[in-house]
Design a protein around this ligand. Structure first.
Ligand code: GLP
Length: 243
């Protein structure tokens, strides 16, 4: 586990963008696992900037997103597919056919989860997986539980997650109650995993996840076991890590 302390949100975003950029330069046809949330917005802005300057080319890259709300279609502004289009995809030269996000409109849970797992296998797995972290330690939408869920699955979101994500919706009632998420085994099989975290409200969970025991009660803690895991946090997020 490598832990990199960044000064600010901007510094965290640039450091993480450098790692993704290096991955794309070293392997132009790589598979990037991508994440949503407010944390990666600055990183995506940085990558867009480098793309516009001609420093990075996404024409051969494939992306596989972590999760999607069940029931939302990609043209719904609250969907993760829409978020990715707005914050990243429509600004770079990725081929539309190389973009993959779970299909929230497929209400057949088994069919959608199997489709997504097969798709990831067909692409040869993930070269670099980007992650944020939920306040309760979730990664993707792998919520705290008594066991780690291995493959893509449909999750009932916990009340704390619904509350945390309500800021993106008109009100809490509009937050979908279920989501599709890539499983822990798939994340752990990525060749490299990069987590970013910023702000005071992530300080306690980072300490618990990376200085505490590995437990499905704190899903991110499993990353302690990953052979190539990097955490980049800003000063506030790292404030309880005593580094
Ligand atoms: C959501 C996403 C996660 C993300 C988390 C943190 O629940 N499913 O992938 O890491 O929120 O979001 P934020 O970056 O806004 O703190």
């Amino acid at each position: 586990m490598k832990i990199i302390k960044a000064k600010t949100y901007k510094d965290m975003s640039r450091k993480a963008a450098n790692i993704i950029s290096a991955q794309v330069i070293m392997k132009p046809n790589c598979v990037l696992g991508l994440a949503t949330g407010s944390t990666p917005i600055g990183l995506y802005e940085q990558l867009i900037d480098w793309y516009q300057k001609g420093d990075i080319d996404f024409s051969e890259v494939t992306t596989i997103n972590l999760d999607e709300y069940r029931g939302l279609s990609g043209d719904n502004p609250q969907s993760y597919r829409y978020f990715m289009d707005e914050h990243f995809f429509k600004h770079i030269n990725i081929r539309p056919e190389n973009i993959n996000v779970p299909d929230g409109t497929n209400l057949d849970v088994q069919a959608e989860c199997t489709r997504y797992d097969h798709l990831i296998m067909d692409k040869g797995g993930i070269d670099l997986q980007l992650l944020g972290i939920g306040n309760n330690g979730h990664i993707g939408f792998n919520e705290p539980d008594s066991a780690f869920e291995l493959g893509t699955h449909c999750i009932d979101l916990l009340e704390s997650t619904i509350e945390a994500n309500a800021r993106f919706f008109e009100n809490e009632d509009e937050v979908p109650r279920q989501a599709y998420t890539m499983g822990i085994k798939t994340i752990m099989q990525a060749h490299k995993v990069l987590m970013i975290a910023n702000g005071k409200n992530k300080a306690a969970i980072l300490k618990e996840a990376f200085l505490g025991p590995v437990t499905p009660r704190v899903p991110a803690s499993i990353l302690q076991m990953h052979p190539d895991f990097t955490l980049i946090g800003d000063e506030e997020a790292m404030s309880e890590m005593n580094l």
